[in-house]
Design a protein around this ligand. Structure first.
Ligand code: GDP
Length: 198
């Protein structure tokens, strides 16, 4: 992997606790169970790195990892699983929404979607928070190994068609990804390296 030596930096529960330096960062978002932790671990070349984000007290917060290159990966809370809509709304309005819309250091957003259930309402809501920034979004259709080649291609085409309706084609990209089979790792690395200027 390109990003080999990521280490856990800090958990952020309040906007005022965000790192104050001007280091560029990439954030990872997705529904609970979409494969976000696995994708971060795969991209960072570490077996269990992002599982610290799943330890008690950290699941609802932003978890920062420092890459060997000095840039940050930011693991956002998983959404959409066994949680009341009001709880999601207040979490997004208090922390995630402002983070996504105002964080200058945030170079781009990676959204992890299970290829079998892409583009849910909550995915689109999160993306809507971020699009006004004019920063890029890269969608990983995760667990691609769960589908046949033909089904993968079909899913990819359909998500790409939806993304095209947003306009600004240069900002948005979609790819197949599998942490299990390590499919699409190099393509994802290339996108992130570009965003982070590595
Ligand atoms: P998160 O909740 O989004 O962080 O998801 P996890 O990374 O914890 O993955 C959720 C479940 O999906 C776990 O059981 C993983 O083993 C499984 N999983 C994650 N990525 C893949 C993948 O690429 N292929 C397959 N087949 N399973 C995966």
């Amino acid at each position: 992997p390109l990003f080999q030596q990521a280490v856990f930096l800090t958990t952020v529960a309040n906007l005022r606790d965000l790192p104050q330096d001007s280091v560029r960062e990439v954030a990872f978002a997705g529904r609970s169970n979409a494969g976000k932790s696995s994708a971060i671990n795969t991209l960072a070349g570490r077996v269990r790195l992002a599982y610290v984000s799943k330890t008690p007290g950290r699941t609802q917060h932003l978890n920062y990892f420092t890459l060997a290159e000095g840039k940050y990966f930011v693991d956002l809370p998983g959404y959409g699983y066994a949680k009341a809509p009001e709880a999601i709304r207040s979490q997004w309005e208090g922390l995630i929404g402002p983070y996504l819309s105002k964080r200058d250091q945030l170079a781009g957003l990676v959204v992890i979607m299970d290829i079998r259930r892409p583009m849910t309402d909550l995915d689109l809501k999160l993306i809507d928070w971020f699009r006004p920034t004019g920063r890029p979004i890269h969608i990983l259709l995760s667990k691609a190994d769960k589908l046949s080649r033909q089904e993968q291609t079909k899913a990819l085409r359909s998500v790409k068609a939806e993304v095209e309706t947003w306009g600004d084609a240069e900002l948005y990209s979609v790819q197949l990804f599998s942490s299990l089979k390590k499919t699409g790792v190099e393509d994802a690395e290339a996108v992130l390296a570009g965003w982070l200027d590595i």
